[in-house]
Design a protein around this ligand. Structure first.
Ligand SMILES: [Zn+2]
Length: 110
């Protein structure tokens, strides 16, 4: 299979078809994101109380985790080292964690 690279050859250009996400999965994702946003609001309120800064920082991390869980992800195989990784479906620039090669992702909707 021929792999496209950028003109400079520094990065791969991947054309990926977006995988369909089932309604149930999308609903669960939305709930995670809602939970994440709720955690953020709680963290901001705690932060303003000064005493709550440490738990606020912890809740903030939980919020980021929840939002990450809620985002649509997809498996991608690195064209350089052939390892399969999970990337967010919004990602346009991705660095393979195994071989550190950069890839630009063009998402094809359909
Ligand atoms: Zn790789």
């Amino acid at each position: 299979m021929e792999v496209k690279t950028t003109a400079s050859g520094d990065a791969y250009v991947l054309e990926l078809r977006k995988e369909k996400v089932s309604v149930a999965k999308r609903l669960v994702g939305t709930l995670w994101i809602a939970l994440g946003i709720a955690c953020f609001i709680i963290a901001v309120i705690l932060f303003t109380t000064i005493i709550g800064i440490i738990p606020a920082a912890f809740i903030c991390l939980c919020a980021i985790g929840c939002i990450y869980l809620g985002m649509a992800k997809q498996k991608v195989t690195c064209p350089n080292c052939d390892r399969t990784m999970t990337v967010l479906q919004r990602t346009r620039k991705w660095k393979c964690t195994a071989c550190k090669r950069l890839a630009l992702i063009n998402w094809i909707d359909k």
